[in-house]
Design a protein around this ligand. Sequence first.
Ligand code: HEC
Ligand code: HEC
Length: 456
Amino acid sequence: MTHFPFVRSRSIFRNLLVLAITASPLTVTSQTQQDGRSAYHGEDDAVARGRIAFFQRDLRKLGGNGRSCADCHMPTQEFQLSPAAAKARFDLLQWIRRFFPKADDPLFRPVDADDFRTNGEQAKDFSNLIENGLIRVTMPLPPNVKLIDPATGQPSGETSVDLWRAVMPVRNVAITGPDNVLPIWPPAARVPVGGLDPNGPNRQGGYQHDARFATLQEQARGALFAHAQVKTEPPVQMLDDLTAFQQTLFSSHGVRNLADVILSGSNIFPDPDGELNELEQHGKQVFIRACAQCHGGPLHPSTSTPDATLVRPIVRYHNIQSACPRPVTVDGFTPCPDRLARNARTYQITLANGATQTFTTDDPGRLLLTGQIADLGVLDSTNLYGIRKTAPYFHNNSAATLEEVVDHYVALFKRAARLNPPPNLPPIISSNGVDLDRGFINGDEREALLAYLRKL
Ligand code: HEC
Ligand code: HEC
């Protein structure tokens, strides 16, 4: 009499937990239907299988740590992860564990704990996840780059480095990879260092913050090994299915239509923006003047492909000073809070001429792919559609709001103008090197730009 109901309610409780902290595949079905692609029309088997794979925590034959893609790319969070969501899941788990000590949420695996390198499988300091929404990304060091051991101040024997990066939304990934558009990359010929391709992979765009993967299959394979800790090679069909499913996820009808056109190879693009009021129209003009050089405008409205045919074409990958620590200058960057600044490491790089240089950063960006000092902090321009729902921003979640993003760019433009005076104003702020005719945001333009960003 007393025992049975208890057991029952206990399993109901467990199920409630699972429901609360995961999003069921059903949510996605209705979401994709909302986006215009129905579960019954135009959806092939690969998409259906890919949806299941995306939510699959038990990967059986592959091994794995119980995580699904959806544990980090939460459907209720635009297929990304906010620090608030990570914190809510963590708090819920702690509360439930008071009653059921074995309750679990696979988001919290030792591999993404801050103390994993020291405490291994016992690690349980999840500060980076719950304060910052950041995930460990381990990258090999190029042969000419060493880490400085904070204890001794000398180069350490480490051959890889742990970076902490934001979970990217997997909406719109149909158009966030390579795009066959040829903006200049790299800006000038380079001397290879350490036998690496000095230009790095994917000169025409790629996946991840640093564009290191060329295909969604390659990306999914990497995620299965790194995040789900699988032990065996995933079947090719699973990677294809995950790709097919992810390519059906868009932030709006307009972007879906745009993606269809981009993927058809046409270069006459529909305008993906919905109806804009006067303020948003004004904001769009500001965006085209200040942001399109890197994020694309009417010439290629993907928001991650630079406007290639501008008079002084822009390069593809950039250091926008989003890493921590920030240059503390007169330009007005907001300093990084300690909870982010502590993720920085000091590196020593050997240059092509044999000289060495040190730098401290939370993310060397494409430098880790090329061994080139010119690539320090250089990242891919992120897709901006649906951006109103995916705060915080940048690879390290260092901008809490769109207001902070805009303020960051105001400082970036100021810095570019200060360091390269006319006639050498760089293309991000000038079409001819002399006139400051791009890349500035006047006082009354700020609200307009913000209104437009919220419509994207
Ligand atoms: C532990 C959290 C976590 C899990 C689990 C996870 N991801 Fe990710 N995902 C990330 C992070 C962090 C990034 C950014 C990594 C980087 O830039 O190095 C990312 C980036 C991506 C991107 C790149 C988007 C773009 O526009 O470039 C795709 C696609 C993606 N993940 C798909 C997947 C798939 C598919 C799975 C399951 C097989 C998966 N992820 C599992 C955290 C996760
Ligand atoms: C010089 C090239 C460049 C210009 C100009 C530029 N961006 Fe960016 N943008 C980038 C790069 C590179 C990133 C990725 C940085 C990171 O992840 O740390 C980025 C990231 C962003 C993000 C973060 C997206 C996310 O999901 O986290 C937002 C928002 C953004 N840009 C808005 C703008 C706006 C608004 C403007 C114009 C005022 C602008 N950008 C101008 C290159 C540029």
